[in-house]
Design a protein around this ligand. Structure first.
Ligand code: GLV
Ligand code: MN
Ligand code: MN
Length: 413
């Protein structure tokens, strides 16, 4: 391990996280900092200011991704890259994403104050709209950067109020000039909270995922016939919400039916006109299916889609379906995974291999360069909610692992 005594400043990392948590703060110690909102802008401005304080060369690309590049002995070599996202879920937590950005910043601050110049440049990144809850899909800007998604398609995505992604990017002042296109990268690390219960249950401090499950997103649109609830008899109704209700339960039963590691969720629903005395005439809901096995996820979808067709036809509610987004399961680079586990051993932290059930920009980065992630425990296994929490000691431990992983890779010739 390079400079093996070197450690990050856990207190400074905590202060950065606490300062960021003020932006979009909500009761219950969570944050509401949706992509391309005013809060996102405020967090970006603070972040960019911090990057400049340690002399990083800051660029913003045409998808709003922010990069801070640290100079090195050999600036011609492909850099080591690390980061995550500053946007949050609606009423989300104050660690998801921002821990990886502040953790990487803390690593760079530590190198800066120790005047350590590495062989390769190091680039910190904040990826735009990782969450995908305001503008679907998730990880959209790393997807465009990696060449997996189309920029103009991403620009045209709209939020629930019809605001376009590109217009919102311009509005907050983060539509940059640099093309959103991958350049050669030596390797990519993403530091993140686990967002599940495994590390805590197993008494481990560090997790090294062997990769990320596939994520398949669908949007289902149902047409019913709206009418007065009182005079309209029950027989012959075409109630779009009742059709949706049956479908949602089919999604919930799907993992039991098909077995394996699959999870399936309906998390979002819009009911029109959403009045207690009108039979629902229109419903939109989302389906999220995840598994390590892409084929298994596709077959499960085919099954449930057939159920949807039967329900729609029985209830007389015409249906249309959009296959919004698919990202394949992403097995990480074994050498880097091993490096993270070794670093955890050397620093004395109990550690384990695992799988990431959450999506991350690392999925797309893995298509560009060797990639790995570092996980720390989520207290109570809670995430995407205000109660999301991780101990400050664990935050610092994960940042120390990130420091040594980055240093190792950045010293490679
Ligand atoms: C990303 O936050 C996901 O949906 O896992
Ligand atoms: Mn995240
Ligand atoms: Mn998230």
């Amino acid at each position: 391990m390079e400079n093996k005594e070197l450690r990050v400043n856990g207190k400074r990392l905590r202060e950065s996280l606490e300062r960021m948590a003020e932006i979009g703060a909500i009761p219950g110690r969570g944050v509401h900092r949706l992509a391309l909102s005013d809060e996102d802008r405020e967090a970006r401005d603070l972040f960019v200011g911090w990057l400049k304080e340690i002399d990083l060369d800051v660029t913003v690309d045409e998808m709003g991704n922010i990069f801070g590049r640290r100079t090195s002995k050999n600036n011609g070599l492909p850099p080591v890259m690390a980061g995550s996202h500053v946007d949050s879920q609606p009423n989300g937590g104050r660690f998801d994403g921002i821990l990886g950005v502040m953790g990487t910043l803390e690593v760079l601050r530590t190198l800066h104050e120790n005047r350590l110049i590495t062989e390769r440049p190091i680039v910190i990144v904040d990826w735009t709209n990782e969450e995908g809850s305001r503008f679907a899909p998730a990880m959209v800007a790393s997807g465009v950067w990696a060449g997996a998604l189309d920029r103009d398609w991403a620009y045209d995505r709209t939020d629930i109020n019809g605001n376009r992604f590109e217009d919102e990017l311009v509005r907050i002042g983060y539509k940059g000039q640099t093309p959103c296109r991958a350049w050669p990268v030596h390797c990519y690390y993403e530091y993140h909270i686990e967002q599940g219960p495994v590390l805590e249950k197993r008494g481990k401090v560090i997790g090294a995922p062997k990769g990320i499950v596939c994520l398949h997103w669908y949007d289902v649109f149902l047409e019913g016939v709206a009418n007065q609830v009182g005079p309209t008899p029950m027989a012959g109704r075409h109630d779009a919400l009742c059709a949706a209700a049956e479908m949602i339960l089919k999604v919930n039963e799907l993992p039991d039916r098909v077995g394996g590691d699959l999870v399936a969720t309906v998390g979002e629903i819009e009911n029109h006109p959403n009045s207690r005395n009108i039979i629902p005439g229109k419903v939109h809901f989302t389906v999220d299916i995840r598994s390590w096995d892409d084929d298994h996820a596709v077959k499960a979808w085919d099954l449930v889609r057939k159920d949807f067709e039967d329900i729609a036809s029985r209830r007389g509610c015409p249906m249309s379906i959009e296959e919004t987004w698919k990202v394949q399961h992403s097995p990480f680079d074994e050498t880097l995974v091993r490096r993270i586990l070794d670093a955890a051993d050397q620093l004395g932290y109990p550690n384990m291999r695992m799988v990431s059930g959450a999506g991350h920009d690392a999925s797309y980065m893995n298509q560009i360069c060797p990639t790995a992630m570092i996980f720390v425990p989520s207290i109570g296994g809670r995430s995407h909610v205000e109660a999301e929490n991780t101990s400050w000691e664990d935050c610092a431990a994960g940042a120390d692992i990130l420091l040594h992983a980055i240093l190792h890779s950045a010293q490679e010739g």
